[in-house]
Design a protein around this ligand. Structure first.
Ligand SMILES: NCC(=O)N[C@@H](Cc1c[nH]cn1)C(=O)O
Ligand code: ZN
Ligand code: ZN
Length: 508
C-alpha cells in the first residue's frame, strides 16, 4: 500500500539454501560471513561504546537532569562523526509544553544523520531514543544504574538504558562501523533519527517529522525501530502492534501550605484523602477499568484474531519469570497475551507532593498530584477517552462534597499501532532472524507504546518495522535493567542482514 514502485537490482544468482523460501545466495553468504565476523571481533569496542553512553544519566522525565540528556545527544554526534556518518544535525524542538516546573525548559534535540545518499539504493530510516527512565541504587539495583556492569558469568550488561533503548540505538552505529571495517558496502542509504523525549511522550517529535517529511526524510522507503523486546527469553520475535498510552495527572489542592496533622487533622479536608478516593475509583484489583464508556470502545475479538494466539511461544511461567513473582491476573496464555496486547489497562504510577520518604512525618500535604495512565487499543479514541476520564474524576470528586479543588489533565498521549506483518520489511526481517538465530520469528504485538510509530507511518507514507534486540526479562523501566551480550551481538547481526534482504526485495 505504501510502496514506491522502484525495483531493486537483483544481483544475487546462485541459490545456496532453500527452506520453504529462498533466503541465501553465495554472494550474500560471503557478505554475512564478513560482517558477522567483524561484529564478533568488535564486541569489546561495542561494549565500551555502550558503557560510555550508559554513564550519561539522560532521564527525560526529570527536568533537573535535562543537561545530561543534551550531553548524551552530543555524545552521539561525536560517535556518528567518528564512524563516518554525514549531514549530522541537532534539531531543536523549542520549549517543553506544560505541565512543567521550568517554563523555559528546552526539549532535548533530535539527532539526525545519514550514511550514504545513493539514489539507486533504498533508504531506511532507523529510529531510537537516547533518553531513559529514572533509576537509583536505592530502588534496589544490585549496582549503580548509570555505571554499566559487564557480568562475565551471566554474559550480560547491566545498566539503565542497556535494553531500552541505548543498546539497540548504538547497534545501528555499530553495524555501520562493522560494514566499513569488513569492506562491505551498506546496501541501503541509512538515516538516523534519535530522540531524547520518548520516555516522556516524544514531545515535539510529531512536528519535526511532519516538517522533515519532504526535507531530511524525503525518499525514505521504510522505517525500522528497535525499541522493544522478545516476548520471552528464547524465541526471537517481530512486532506488528503496539498499544497507545494516555497519561493523566489529577491534582487536588486545599490548604495554602502543608499542615501539622495534630493541629489540623479532623478539622480540614485533606487533599490526599480525596485523591485516594478518586484514584481508587479508576480500576479494580483484577485490572478492570471502572470508568464508564471505556471498555465499550474496544474492538471485539474475532475468531481469526483468536487463532493468531495459538502458536505463540509463551506461557504463564514466562510471565512469572519476567516479573519474578506469582502475581499474574490470568493463567491461560491467550488471556495473558490479549490483556497485554489488545485490551486497555489502567496503571496508577504514583503521587507527587505526598510524604514518601522513610520515617513517620505527620504532615497533611496541601497539594497532591496522582499520576496514572491508560494503555489504549483499537478502536479507542484519545480525545473521547480524555473526556470520559475527566468526567469520571470530576463526578467522583463531586460526590465527596469536599471544599478542595480537583482537576485532571492529559499530560501526553500517543496512539496505538497495528501493521501488516507480511510486507517487504517484515519479510526481510524474518529472513534475517532465520539466518542469525536459525528459527522463524514469532509475530507478536506489544503492550508498551512507542508513540511516534504511527506518525512515521502516516507522515512518511511508508511501512514501519519493529525489530527487537533484547529479551522479555530485560527489566526495561525496572531495576537491574540488562541486555544479554548474545542478544546485543545477535541483534546487530539481524539488523545488518535485515538491511541486505530489504535492499534486495522487489517492493518496499
Ligand atoms: N520501549 C518503549 C517504551 O518504553 N515506551 C514507553 C513510552 C512512554 C510513553 N509515556 C511514557 N513513556 C512506554 O511506557 O511504553
Ligand atoms: Zn524505549
Ligand atoms: Zn522505555
Amino acid at each position: 500500500m505504501f510502496c514506491n514502485l522502484r525495483r531493486a537490482p537483483r544481483s544475487f544468482i546462485k541459490v545456496l539454501e532453500v527452506s520453504h523460501r529462498t533466503i541465501m545466495t553465495t554472494e550474500l553468504q560471503t557478505k554475512f560471513d564478513k560482517i558477522f565476523g567483524r561484529i564478533d571481533a568488535l564486541k569489546p569496542v561495542f561494549i565500551e561504546r555502550l558503557g560510555q553512553a550508559i554513564e550519561i544519566p539522560a532521564v527525560s522525565g526529570d527536568e533537573t537532569m535535562r543537561p545530561h540528556v543534551v550531553k548524551k545527544a552530543h555524545f552521539l554526534v561525536e560517535q556518528l562523526a567518528k564512524i563516518g556518518f554525514s549531514d549530522i544535525q541537532l534539531k531543536h524542538l523549542g520549549v517543553q509544553p506544560p505541565p512543567v516546573q521550568n517554563p523555559d525548559l528546552q526539549l532535548p534535540p533530535v539527532v539526525l544523520s545519514r550514511f550514504g545518499n545513493d539514489p539507486a539504493k533504498k533508504t531506511v530510516l532507523v529510529y531510537g531514543h537516547y533518553d531513559v527512565q529514572p533509576a537509583a541504587l536505592e530502588d534496589g539495583w544490585s549496582s549503580e544504574p548509570f555505571k554499566m556492569v559487564v557480568d562475565e558469568k551471566q554474559q550480560l550488561m547491566r545498566g539503565r538504558g542497556t535494553t531500552d533503548d541505548t543498546g539497540p540505538l548504538t547497534g545501528w552505529l555499530n553495524i555501520v562501523q562493522a560494514h566499513k571495517e569488513a569492506g562491505i558496502e551498506l546496501p541501503v542509504n541509512l538515516i538516523t533519527c534519535f530522540e531524547g523525549m520518548e520516555e516522556s511522550g516524544s514531545l515535539g517529535l510529531d512536528g519535526l517529522i511532519a516538517r522533515e517529511a519532504q526535507g531530511y526524510f524525503k525518499g525514505v522507503d521504510a522505517v525500522c525501530i528497535s525499541d522493544n523486546y522478545w516476548l520471552g527469553t528464547k524465541k526471537p520475535v517481530l512486532t506488528y502492534g503496539l498499544r497507545g498510552v494516555n497519561y493523566y495527572e489529577t491534582t487536588i489542592e486545599g490548604p495554602a501550605a502543608d499542615l501539622h496533622s495534630g493541629i489540623f487533622g479532623g478539622v480540614v479536608a485533606e487533599p490526599l484523602v480525596d485523591l485516594v478516593q478518586v484514584l481508587s475509583s479508576l480500576v479494580d484489583s483484577k485490572g478492570k477499568i471502572l470508568i464508564d464508556g471505556v471498555n465499550e470502545m474496544v474492538a471485539p475479538v474475532t475468531d481469526k484474531e483468536r487463532k493468531l494466539y495459538e502458536n505463540i511461544d509463551f506461557s504463564l511461567d514466562d510471565l512469572n519469570a519476567s516479573t519474578g513473582s506469582k502475581t499474574a491476573l490470568y493463567e491461560k496464555k491467550e488471556d495473558i497475551l490479549m490483556h497485554r496486547w489488545r485490551y486497555p489497562s489502567l496503571s496508577i504510577h504514583g503521587l507527587e507532593g505526598a510524604f514518601s520518604s522513610a520515617g513517620a512525618k505527620t504532615v497533611i500535604p496541601a497539594k497532591v498530584h496522582g499520576k496514572f495512565s491508560i494503555r489504549t487499543v483499537p478502536d479507542m479514541d484519545s480525545a473521547k477517552l480524555t473526556k470520559l476520564v475527566k468526567e469520571h474524576c470530576d463526578r467522583v470528586f463531586a460526590k465527596l462534597s469536599s471544599p478542595n479543588t480537583c482537576s485532571t489533565e492529559l499530560v501526553h498521549d500517543g496512539d496505538y499501532w497495528i501493521s501488516d506483518p507480511h510486507n517487504a520489511s517484515f519479510t526481510a526481517a524474518a529472513k534475517a532472524t532465520k539466518v542469525v538465530y536459525g528459527v522463524e520469528p514469532d509475530f507478536t504485538r506489544e503492550g508498551g507504546s512507542i508513540p511516534i510509530t504511527l506518525t512515521f507511518q502516516d507522515e512518511l507514507k511508508c511501512n514501519v518495522l519493529l525489530l527487537p534486540m533484547g529479551r522479555g526479562d530485560d527489566g526495561a523501566h525496572s531495576i537491574n535493567e540488562k541486555l544479554d551480550i548474545s542478544n546485543f551481538i545477535g541483534g546487530m547481526k539481524v539488523m545488518s542482514a535485515y538491511l541486505h534482504y530489504y535492499a534486495e526485495s522487489a517492493e518496499n
